[in-house]
Design a protein around this ligand. Structure first.
Ligand SMILES: [Zn+2]
Length: 458
C-alpha cells in the first residue's frame, strides 16, 4: 500500500513537470515563434540564405522592397533606396536591424495558427510606420554628413522618419573596404544602435534634476566669466555670459552655469534623474532592441560631474532614447513607445495582427515637463530665432558636442512640435556638423516641414 502511494505521488509529480514544461513551451512559442521561424536554416522560407517572399511598404503603401521566390527588388527611386536602407535592410541581412531580417517571419507569412504551412507563396505585406517622402527629405537634408534623423508621433508611437548615414544603394551594393572612412559604421543604424556624446542637449536632463532637487532654482542667478574652476577642472564656456537667470542660462547654453548646477545636484542624483528620463533604457521597437545610453557619474572629482552635467565627459546618448525623452516632455511625462510596424496583411489585404500603442513610464514629472517645455520654447524665441522654423510651434535644444580626437564638433538638435495632426518629437545628429543651431536645427526644420505637410489630415 505504501509503495502504491509513493508511486502515485511520483507519477503526479512527473505529470506536473510535463504540464509545466508544455506551458512553458507554448508560452515561448507565442512570444518567439516569429523569430524561430525566421532562423535562416528554415528552408520553408529561405533559399540560399535569402528570404523567399514578402513585401515591405511605407505607411502609404509605397513598395520599398519585395521578394519573388527570393529575387528581391527595391523601390525604383535611388534616393528612396538609400534613405531607407537601414530601415528596410538587405536580403543578405548585412543591416541586422533591417525589416527584411528582423521581421522575416512576418514577411514570410508565419502565424501561430497555421505555423509555417503555407509559407513560400506570396508572403505577407509589411507596412512600416515610416513615410518614404519624409525619409527622402531627411536623407537629402543630411547631405554628406554621417548621422541620423528620427521623427516620431509622441501620441501613437509611429516613427515617421528614420534615416541613418552613411548609406548605400541596396540594388547596387558597393564593395566596401573595412577601413574606408566614407563608409564608417555603414552597417549600423545610428538611430537605434549607436550612442554619441550629446553635448548641450543633455542640459535638458540636468535642468530636470535641478527643478526637482533645488527648490528655488528658478529664482537663482548664475555668473559666467567664460570659464570656471570646479573640482580639479576648468569648465570652459562658449562665451562670456555675465549674469544669467536659469532660463537665460539654458537659452545661451552656458557651461559655467550648468557645470555649477551639476555640482550642486551631485553625481548620485544626476545618475538617478538620467535613469528616470529613460536615456539608459533599452527600448523595444517592435522587438528591435535599441542601444542604451551610458554615463559615468561616479567620479570623486566634482569637475567630472560638472562636465557630465553639460553633456561632455563620458556621456554617450542613444538618439532614439533622446527622441523619446523629447516626446515625454511634450506629452507631460508619459509618452508613446516608438513603433516601426504599422500593420501586416495577407496578400488579399486581411490584417494578421494588431499593433497596440504602448506608453512608457513617466520619464519626467508633469510639472517639470511644463517648465522644461516653456524653456525650450524660450530657446527658440530668444536665441535660435523663430524665423528658422516658419509656421512651426517648435520647442528645442541644440548641442555642439566636442570629441577629443576630432577637430570639428558634432551637431545636435532635439525637441518637439505641437500640432494636432503632427504631434512629433525629433532628434537630428550630424557628425562634424559644427554648431547645433546652424546645421542640425536647419536639417530639423527641413524635415519637420515635410513631416507636417505629409501628416494624415483628421
Ligand atoms: Zn557661459
Amino acid at each position: 500500500m505504501k509503495n502504491i502511494t509513493r508511486r502515485t505521488i511520483v507519477t503526479f509529480f512527473l505529470a506536473a513537470i510535463l504540464l509545466a514544461g508544455t506551458g512553458f513551451f507554448v508560452g515561448k512559442l507565442f512570444l518567439n515563434g516569429d523569430s524561430w521561424v525566421s532562423l535562416s536554416a528554415n528552408t520553408h522560407i529561405y533559399s540560399g540564405g535569402v528570404l523567399k517572399s514578402g513585401t515591405v511598404m511605407d505607411r502609404d503603401g509605397e513598395v520599398l522592397a519585395a521578394s519573388n521566390q527570393g529575387n528581391w527588388t527595391f523601390n525604383d527611386n535611388v534616393t528612396t533606396r538609400r534613405a531607407l536602407l537601414h530601415t528596410v535592410g538587405t536580403p543578405r541581412g548585412v543591416i541586422s536591424t533591417g525589416a527584411i531580417t528582423k521581421f522575416a517571419g512576418k514577411l514570410a507569412g508565419y502565424n501561430l495558427i497555421t505555423g509555417a504551412k503555407h509559407l513560400g507563396t506570396a508572403g505577407n505585406n509589411l507596412y512600416l510606420t515610416v513615410d518614404a517622402d519624409i525619409c527622402r527629405t531627411a536623407y537629402k537634408a543630411l547631405g554628406n554628413y554621417k548621422g541620423t534623423v528620427g521623427v516620431y508621433n509622441y501620441k501613437t508611437g509611429e516613427i515617421v522618419c528614420l534615416v541613418s548615414t552613411p548609406t548605400f544603394d541596396p540594388s547596387n551594393p558597393p564593395s566596401i573596404q573595412e577601413d574606408d572612412p566614407n563608409y564608417e559604421g555603414v552597417y549600423v543604424n545610428r538611430f537605434l544602435s549607436s550612442k554619441f556624446i550629446p553635448g548641450s542637449t543633455f542640459k535638458l536632463v540636468t535642468l530636470y534634476a535641478a527643478l526637482e532637487e533645488i527648490p528655488d532654482i528658478q529664482n537663482r542667478t548664475f555668473h559666467c566669466d567664460g570659464s570656471v574652476q570646479i573640482g580639479d577642472q576648468i569648465i570652459t564656456c562658449t562665451g562670456v555670459h555675465g549674469d544669467l537667470t536659469l532660463e537665460q542660462a539654458l537659452n545661451v547654453s552656458c557651461n559655467c552655469a550648468f557645470g555649477q548646477i551639476a555640482e550642486m545636484i551631485g553625481g548620485k542624483k544626476l545618475a538617478k534623474y538620467t535613469q528616470a528620463t529613460g536615456l539608459t533604457n533599452n527600448y523595444s521597437v517592435n522587438g528591435i532592441t535599441t542601444r542604451a545610453s551610458s554615463f559615468n557619474f561616479d567620479s570623486k572629482d566634482s569637475g567630472d560631474i560638472a562636465w557630465a552635467g553639460v553633456g561632455q565627459g563620458k556621456d554617450l546618448v542613444n538618439p532614439c532614447a533622446m527622441m523619446v525623452y523629447m516626446g515625454a516632455i511634450a506629452n507631460g511625462g508619459k509618452t508613446a513607445v516608438p513603433q516601426i510596424i504599422s500593420k501586416v496583411t495577407l496578400p488579399g489585404g486581411l490584417k494578421t495582427s494588431i499593433y497596440l500603442n504602448k506608453k512608457t513610464e513617466p520619464l519626467i514629472t508633469e510639472e517639470a515637463a511644463g517648465i522644461v517645455a516653456q524653456y525650450m520654447k524660450s530657446n527658440v524665441v530668444n536665441n535660435y530665432g523663430e524665423s528658422r522654423f516658419p509656421g512651426l510651434d517648435i520647442y528645442g535644444k541644440t548641442g555642439t558636442a566636442q570629441v577629443d580626437s576630432a577637430e570639428v564638433s558634432n551637431s545636435w538638435f532635439a525637441g518637439f512640435i505641437r500640432n494636432e495632426n503632427a504631434p512629433y518629437a525629433f532628434v537630428v545628429y550630424a557628425e562634424g556638423g559644427g554648431s547645433g543651431v546652424s546645421t542640425a536645427a536647419a536639417i530639423a526644420n527641413t524635415v519637420l516641414q515635410s513631416a507636417v505637410a505629409n501628416a494624415p489630415q483628421e
